[in-house]
Write a protein that binds this ligand. Structure first.
Ligand SMILES: [Zn+2]
Ligand SMILES: [Zn+2]
Length: 445
């Protein structure tokens, strides 16, 4: 074995809630895998990297809700730019949504995504297949084929699963192959052609409203169907306090229901629609930014354990599309490169949760939710690691995103907490040398 293949991260602060580690350890990386975690490991035959003392090493962060747009919408994002954005944001793995063109409703599309991701050599990519052909809500896809090709879940994200019967069948087949159904919860008749949360702000701006109940009636329907089938339903981008109540009740009754929340839904409210003269389309997302009671409920759910994961719903759109008037602009914002800073600033530094709970929500929580590898720093496992600079102050600069798109409401925000480096399979795929120093780059060259 060559000298350079053994890398020793010496005396680094490790936060790994699954392994109950929160303290200083030596981390030996051997041939891309975790060789040893311990104290005073021998340095002979290794390349030693010392990191600034303020940095924290965590198991690789995992974002289970990302739109990579390829195939078909490469003007918004590609698998190469999306995974470059992921690792710049500290994510070693992402799960990508099937609403591409064509839709990922067939194993050939799944195989294309897997191939492109391997070529990109950045974050790991776990494709998610469609529930129905063309996500039209009519005919189920071949779920076993999708799973065999690499899909880790199914969803018609962008749309709800059209009928209760289709959701029943989807949960039955998904359960047979041991994967969850990810649920974009919205009742089309209650949502109507709404573009903003139904409330005072939408009223003031003259925008059509979407009530929280448009989400929660679907959450309640599908928790009932999860109970009926014994299947696992995962609630995507939960935003309404009524939905959280339904998830809590479902969990108490032993139903397999999990839920994720996006940073924008726990940081912003519909008040943001009034900023900058109003009608900033970077505040238009689905589900919409809701009111303070909803935002506070999401924060409480993250704190008390009723929410399983933080996911970004990274939804790149071209500037020309977002430049349309509010009613016509597409829903969604990019999230991969702002998530960690928003979480550290608004949850950890704000005193809502400690760093171990945040790591739980960004790594083992998402891994468990979709049954993915990772979530802990385990001997023998690939060395997928995120190195955080929790105390570094950063200003969001959308123009320098690795993502192809810049549609974010957080441009110009100054936040406390940043990503110093990201390692996938022991390889430094992203390094901010100002924060991490040069040791990681030198050793991977
Ligand atoms: Zn969705
Ligand atoms: Zn989505």
């Amino acid at each position: 074995m060559s000298f350079s293949m053994k890398l020793l991260l010496k005396n680094v602060h490790v936060v790994d809630p699954v392994a109950s580690r929160n303290g200083r350890f030596d981390l030996l990386i051997e041939d891309g895998r975790i060789g040893q975690v311990g104290r005073d490991l021998p340095v002979e035959g290794t390349r030693v990297v010392e990191l600034p003392a303020s940095l924290v090493v965590t198991p690789g962060l995992i974002d289970i809700h990302v739109h990579l747009r390829e195939p078909g919408q490469e003007h918004k994002e590609t698998i190469a730019t999306g995974t470059a954005s992921a690792v710049a944001g500290g994510f070693t793995a992402v799960a990508c949504m099937p609403n591409t063109d064509p839709i990922n409703d067939h194993a050939s599309v799944t195989e294309f995504i897997v191939k492109r991701a391997t070529e990109a050599r950045r974050a790991r990519v776990y494709p998610i297949g469609a529930v129905s052909i063309g996500s039209k809500g009519e005919e189920l896809t071949e779920i076993a084929d999708l799973h065999a090709a690499g899909c880790v879940a199914i969803t018609d994200d962008g749309r709800p699963v059209a009928t209760a019967l289709l959701m029943r069948r989807a949960l039955e087949y998904a359960t047979m192959v041991g994967i969850p159904v990810i649920d974009h919860c919205e009742d089309p008749s209650l949502k109507g052609d709404g573009v903003a949360h139904e409330g005072a702000v939408a009223g003031l701006l003259g925008l059509r409203g979407i009530p929280g109940a448009a989400e929660s009636v679907m959450v309640e329907r599908d928790i009932s169907i999860a109970e009926l089938t014994g299947g696992h339903v995962h609630i995507a981008h939960m935003s309404a306090r009524q939905s959280l109540r339904a998830v809590r009740t479902g969990k108490e009754r032993g139903i397999k229901v999990t839920a994720e929340v996006t940073p924008h839904h726990f940081v912003l409210t519909d008040e943001a629609l009034q900023r900058n003269g109003g009608y900033d389309t970077n505040t238009k997302m689905n589900p919409p930014l809701r009111d303070e009671a909803d935002r506070a409920a999401m924060v409480e759910g993250l704190r008390d354990g009723s929410i399983d994961a933080i996911a970004t719903d990274h939804a790149p759109h071209h500037a020309d599309e977002k430049a349309l008037e509010y009613d016509r602009a597409p829903f969604g914002i990019v999230g991969l490169e702002t998530a960690v800073s928003l979480c550290l600033d608004r949850l950890v530094h704000a005193g809502v949760i400690g760093l171990p709970r945040l790591v739980e929500l960004l790594s083992p929580g998402p891994a468990r939710t979709l049954g993915l590898p990772g979530g802990t720093i385990a001997v023998g496992a690939p060395a997928d690691l995120t190195i955080l600079a929790p105390d570094a102050s950063v200003t969001v600069h959308a123009a320098s995103f690795k993502s192809k798109s810049r549609n974010t409401p957080f441009d110009g925000w100054t936040l406390k907490g940043a990503v110093a480096a990201t390692l996938v399979g022991g390889r430094a795929v992203f390094v901010n040398e100002d924060l991490a120093g040069r040791g990681l780059n030198d050793s991977s060259r």
